[in-house]
Design a protein around this ligand. Structure first.
Ligand SMILES: NC(=O)c1ccc[n+]([C@@H]2O[C@H](COP(=O)([O-])OP(=O)(O)OC[C@H]3O[C@@H](n4cnc5c(N)ncnc54)[C@H](O)[C@@H]3O)[C@@H](O)[C@H]2O)c1
Length: 250
């Protein structure tokens, strides 16, 4: 069977569950050899095992994206799944610490910025020496409607996700000379991160009312957009933000 990502290597962060797990599975289904990483090592291993059981190529590794030494080891391990070149980096790891600004304490503000912004910077920087420069190199970041249009009770998360957009655009311009594209996806999906909203009667109804397509996506529905950015079809697209959110950001 031939896949459009045959022969490519990929590293996905925060891939122990939710969108990251679905992306790892999809990239592998399209032929990439995937290093499944997460701060939760066991969760990453379970996903890697599922990929291998489905006939794909995967390995798992503990990676806290804010740790430069771990990031360095992870990119080396991911590249070693192929012939030492890393093709695809997906900066997906994320956390939320929701609170209205008056109750949003500094540690919770900093923690969210640390994982999303410093994490994407750390892993991208570690990956750079190994990233393919033949036109197949990809960095795919994950932003959010929160970073594009703002959300109530998530000033930390909105600030972090807006910063991810700035990081994406700046890296796209910097790395274009190496033919590496850098794009971002703003997803919306039923995951652990959105469980509190989806199970809260009032918030669930309010949120659904803001989704023109009127439903939450399963993570697997989001994953195809990552595979697209990773593919040759997207080789001439860089610095862009693609909402995959049922029309929430229009
Ligand atoms: N679910 C949505 O609707 C939605 C909307 C917009 C953006 N996002 C973004 O999508 C990405 C994935 O979110 P999700 O919904 O799948 O959430 P999730 O909570 O299901 O998964 C996040 C994963 O990141 C991992 N993680 C947390 N901190 C980490 C760290 N320091 N290093 C490495 N891994 C870490 C967690 O262990 C978890 O497996 C996040 O960046 C999130 O902000 C999600």
């Amino acid at each position: 069977m031939h896949g459009r990502l045959d022969g490519r290597t990929a590293l996905v962060t925060g891939a122990g569950g939710g969108i990251g797990a679905a992306v790892a599975e999809r990239l592998a289904a399209d032929g990439a050899a995937v290093l499944v990483t997460d701060v939760d090592e066991h969760a990453a291993q379970v996903v890697a095992d599922q990929i291998m059981a489905a006939g794909g190529t995967a390995d798992a590794l503990a990676l806290d994206v804010t740790d430069a030494a771990q990031a360095s080891e992870a990119v080396t391990r991911a590249a070693a799944l192929g012939d030492g070149i890393l093709n695809i980096v997906v900066n997906n790891a994320g956390i939320i610490r929701p609170a209205m600004i008056a109750k949003l304490e500094e540690p919770d503000f900093r923690a969210v910025l640390e994982v999303h912004v410093v994490g994407a910077y750390t892993v991208s920087r570690a990956a750079l020496p190994l990233l393919a420069t033949d036109g197949t190199g990809r960095i795919i970041n994950v932003t959010s409607a929160a970073g594009l249009v703002g959300t109530i009770g998530q000033a930390n998360y909105g600030a972090a996700k807006a910063a991810v957009v700035g990081l994406t655009k700046s890296l796209a311009k910097e790395l274009a000379r190496s033919a590496i594209t850098v794009n971002a996806i703003a997803p919306l999906a039923a995951t652990a991160m959105t469980e509190n909203i989806r199970t809260h009667e009032k918030l669930a109804a309010q949120t659904l009312a803001r989704i023109p397509l009127g439903r939450w996506a399963e993570p697997a529905e989001i994953a195809g957009s990552f595979a697209f950015f990773a593919s040759d079809d997207a080789a001439y697209i860089t610095g862009q933000v693609l909402p995959v959110d049922g029309g929430t950001v229009i």
